[in-house]
Structures are given as structure tokens and as C-alpha cells.
Design a protein around this ligand. Structure first.
Ligand code: ADP
Ligand code: MG
Length: 456
């Protein structure tokens, strides 16, 4: 076997032990540069990839190469720009290819497919997987490989900017690719609602029905918007049933799990829960770093390792903000024509992001009321209705835990209740949260909405 064949065989082996997105991110444009007396030097496109392979995948790579060439003792990595002139020429060609690819990518932003509403920019290939989105990603892959058969519906939920739309559209794009004939439709729940209303106003409800029952794969983003819309929920229920019974795949995203969507018909809620429910949480440091590295590869000028790490450490809220911070830093570097210092980067982040704010009691109460879809005023009233009691107790809990309010203050804040009521609420929620993972998740989501990330 020559070097190329060896590396191809190794890649085939590596592909199964690494997730697809990571594989594409870290192994594309790699090759064997030299192989001599037990040492294999791998050529990699840039410093990020070099570090990542050394740090994360060295053992796996070593193992694959040893199976193929048992004499291998050492594996080293070299950035392609550090190879001799011949290899440099190849690199130039490769970089050129990448540039072209990049421009196409930007152009593609505008290219939302008219039939499906899918944006080709969202693919599994550029979706980074970490522990925060692993389950949602695995479920999406399963559904892509077997639409209508494994998890139906697939319900993905999580806070804003965490990759729900990206993941949902990746499924659509991947299914379209393997099966160009399949009828796919991506749309937001808001758009579904407005189309329905329009069709009814124009006496064309039958056309609407026909249209939505003809899809093989229906993807509805931000389904929480149908909360409280009775007519939409009813029509949607029938659409859902007819697609489901015909074995067609349905995928939803939402900012909260089905159980937490208020004003949702019970029969719909139980449909949403009938397949697979998977969450995407906030990415931890390692995942933020991987995402940034992945996105930085296509940036010019490429920010230094140190800067990337600084952004990953300081921008914690969501992936959209992470991308925004990276773009701001790259744009400023381009303008200034030199490498930025860490204090300068810090300055850019501070200007482009909101500092962690102290939340007020009002904001806490408002966020809780909004999350559970109850009227804020009802929290202050005497009512003991179940849908109000729970949010009220949670608001009291958060006022104590996050706002450090005294019990008499909290009691007072909720319609002049006694301080013992505040104590009881706080203790009840503190206990429940330990046993009830649903409640735990809800409070986590409320907090995610309440707090901005901090720049230190
Ligand atoms: P949501 O729909 O949850 O609000 P989006 O899907 O719009 O979030 O994601 C926000 C941005 O972050 C998009 O530009 C998306 O491409 C990017 N993004 C989200 N998750 C990932 C990921 N795991 N890997 C790479 N990019 C991601
Ligand atoms: Mg979205």
C-alpha cells in the first residue's frame, strides 16, 4: 500500500469511531506527508487541526495506523505550510479550492430552496457535536437514515441560538440529498398558522389540507407558537394524524419540552410526546471551543489560538453569540491589519455583547409568568388554581435563590402573603427539584432566558 492508500484505509476506520461532524471538521484535507522507519508524519491544513488531532484523536489515529502498518512507532503532525515547495504547491491548489467553496457558501445563504424552504447552509457536516447536543444529533441522524420509521415525531427543544433550526434543516437537506424525489417541507409554526388563516379567509382551506397532507417529511420549527391558537391546533392535529398514519416523518422544534407548553391541547401534547423528545442544552467550554475552531477554519485572517480560547471562555450564552463574537473579532483584525491583543478582544466582546445583568424581582416574575403562559397578575391573586400555584411557587423560589429576597419581602411581593408561605414555597421547590427532572429542566430553561452571559 502506498501512503495514500494507507491513509484512506485509516480514515475509513476513523470515520466509524468519530462522529460525522467531527470527522469532517478535523480530518478533511489531511494526508500522510512522509512515512519512514516507523515514523508517520501527517499533513494537516492548519494549526487548529494539528492541535485538535494531537490532543483529542492521537490515540485513535495511532491505533488505526498501527493496525495497517504494525511497524509504526511515532505519529507526528505537520501543518501543510511547513512542508517543502512541492507540497506547498498542492496546498495552494487546495486553499484555492477552499476559497471557492467558501464563496459558494456565502452565495448559498441566499439560496433558500423554494419548494422545501430549506437553506443549504445548514448541514450535518458543519454541525459540531458535543455532550450538550449529542442526543438531539443522534436522534436526527437516526431519523435521516430511516424517515418515518424510528422516532416519529422527533421533538427537539432548547433555548435560543443553540442549533435547533440548524439541526432540523440538516435532516431536511440530508434526506433531500439521498432521496431527491421525497417531498419535504420546512416552515415555522407561525408561518403554518398564517397560511392556515389566509386559506380560510380565501375559502381555500381544502387546498391547505391537501398541501400539508402530501409531504413525506414535514419539519415545523418553533412549534410553541401554536400555543393558545385553537383553530391552528385543531387543523394541525388532523394534519399530524394523517401524516403519521401514512408513515410520514414529522419533526418539531420548540423552546421548551411539550409538558411545559401552556395552552396546548392535551391530545396534541400527547402526540408530541409519543415519539422521541430530545433536548439541546448550553454548550460547555470544550464544545464552545470546538465550535469556534470549526468556524474559524474558514475565516481570514485566522484568529490565534489564544484569542479563540478567550472567546470560548467568555462567551457562554449560545452559539449564535459565539459566532457573532468571532466575526466581530475577525472583522476588527482585518481592519487593523495586525494581530489583536487580549485586552482589545475583551473590549470588542464587551461592546458586542451584553454584560451579565443583575436581574430584578420584576424580571424574575415576568420570566416565570411568560414561561408558563400565565398572566403575571394572577400570581399575585389569591387563586389556588394548579396552573397558577406552580409558577407562583417557582417565582418565589427564584426570588429567594437568585435575588436573595427575604421571606417577608417575598410574601409581600405576592399579594401580601405571610412569610411562612414564602418559606413553604421555597422549601417545596428545593425538594421537588431534586426528584423531579422535569421541574429541574424547566427552572434551568427559565434561568437561561433570564440571564445574559458575562464578559469578565
Ligand atoms: P436556534 O434555532 O436553536 O435558535 P440556530 O439553529 O439558528 O439556533 O443556531 C444559531 C447559529 O449557531 C446558526 O448560525 C447555526 O449554524 C449555529 N450553530 C448552532 N449549533 C451549531 C453546532 N452544533 N455546530 C455549528 N454551528 C452551530
Ligand atoms: Mg431557530
Amino acid at each position: 500500500m502506498n501512503n495514500e492508500e494507507i491513509w484512506q484505509a485509516a480514515l475509513t476506520d476513523l470515520e466509524v469511531s468519530v462522529s460525522k461532524a467531527n470527522f469532517v471538521t478535523w480530518f478533511q484535507n489531511t494526508s500522510i506527508a512522509t512515512r519512514q522507519s516507523g515514523t508517520i508524519v501527517l499533513c494537516v491544513p492548519n494549526a487548529f487541526v494539528k492541535e485538535w488531532l494531537e490532543y483529542k484523536y492521537h490515540k485513535t489515529i495511532m491505533k488505526s495506523l498501527r493496525t495497517l502498518c504494525p511497524e509504526t512507532r511515532i505519529v507526528e503532525y505537520i501543518i501543510s505550510s511547513q512542508l517543502q515547495p512541492l507540497l506547498q504547491k498542492q496546498r495552494r491548489e487546495r486553499v484555492f479550492e477552499q476559497r471557492e467553496g467558501e464563496e459558494q457558501m456565502e452565495f448559498k445563504e441566499l439560496l433558500v430552496d423554494r419548494d422545501t424552504n430549506l437553506n443549504p447552509r445548514y448541514t450535518f457536516e458543519n454541525f459540531v457535536v458535543g455532550s450538550f447536543n449529542e442526543l438531539a444529533h443522534a436522534a436526527s441522524i437516526a431519523v435521516t437514515n430511516n424517515p418515518g420509521r424510528v422516532y416519529n415525531p422527533l421533538f427537539i427543544y432548547g433555548g435560543v441560538g443553540l442549533g435547533k433550526t440548524h439541526l432540523l434543516q440538516s435532516v431536511g437537506n440530508a434526506v433531500k440529498k439521498t432521496n431527491p424525489k421525497s417531498k419535504i417541507q420546512y416552515l415555522s409554526a407561525e408561518r403554518f398558522t398564517s397560511e392556515l388563516v389566509n386559506s380560510m379567509q380565501n375559502n381555500e382551506a381544502h387546498l391547505f389540507k391537501e398541501k400539508y397532507r402530501s409531504f413525506d417529511l414535514l419539519i415545523i420549527d418553533d412549534i410553541q407558537f401554536i400555543a393558545g391558537k385553537t383553530k391552528t391546533q385543531e387543523e394541525f392535529f388532523h394534519t399530524f394524524n394523517s401524516l403519521y398514519e401514512a408513515g410520514k416523518q414529522i419533526i418539531f422544534s420548540s423552546d421548551k419540552p411539550p409538558q411545559s407548553i401552556q395552552n396546548l391541547e392535551e391530545r396534541l401534547r400527547s402526540r408530541f410526546e409519543g415519539g422521541m423528545v430530545a433536548d439541546i442544552s448550553q454548550p460547555e467550554y470544550e464544545s464552545r471551543l470546538a465550535i469556534l475552531k470549526n468556524k474559524a477554519i474558514s475565516k481570514e485572517p485566522q484568529p490565534s489560538e489564544e484569542i479563540i480560547e478567550f472567546i470560548a471562555a467568555n462567551v457562554q450564552k449560545n452559539i449564535r453569540e459565539l459566532e457573532g463574537a468571532l466575526n466581530a473579532v475577525v472583522a476588527r483584525t482585518k481592519l487593523s491589519g495586525r494581530v489583536l491583543s487580549i485586552p482589545e478582544v475583551k473590549d470588542i466582546l464587551a461592546k458586542n455583547t451584553q454584560p451579565k445583568k443583575m436581574v430584578t424581582a420584576n424580571q424574575i416574575i415576568k420570566a416565570v409568568a411568560e414561561f408558563y403562559g400565565v398572566n403575571e397578575k394572577s400570581l399575585y391573586e389569591k387563586t389556588r388554581k394548579k396552573e397558577v400555584v406552580k409558577p407562583r411557587q417557582i417565582a418565589m423560589y427564584l426570588l429567594r435563590e437568585d435575588f436573595n429576597g427575604s421571606y417577608p419581602y417575598i410574601g409581600q411581593r405576592f399579594g401580601g402573603r405571610d412569610h411562612t408561605t414564602a418559606i413553604h414555597s421555597f422549601e417545596k421547590v428545593s425538594q421537588d427539584i431534586k426528584k423531579n427532572s422535569q421541574l429541574y429542566a424547566e427552572i434551568k430553561l427559565i434561568r437561561e432566558r433570564l440571564y445574559e452571559y458575562s464578559v469578565e
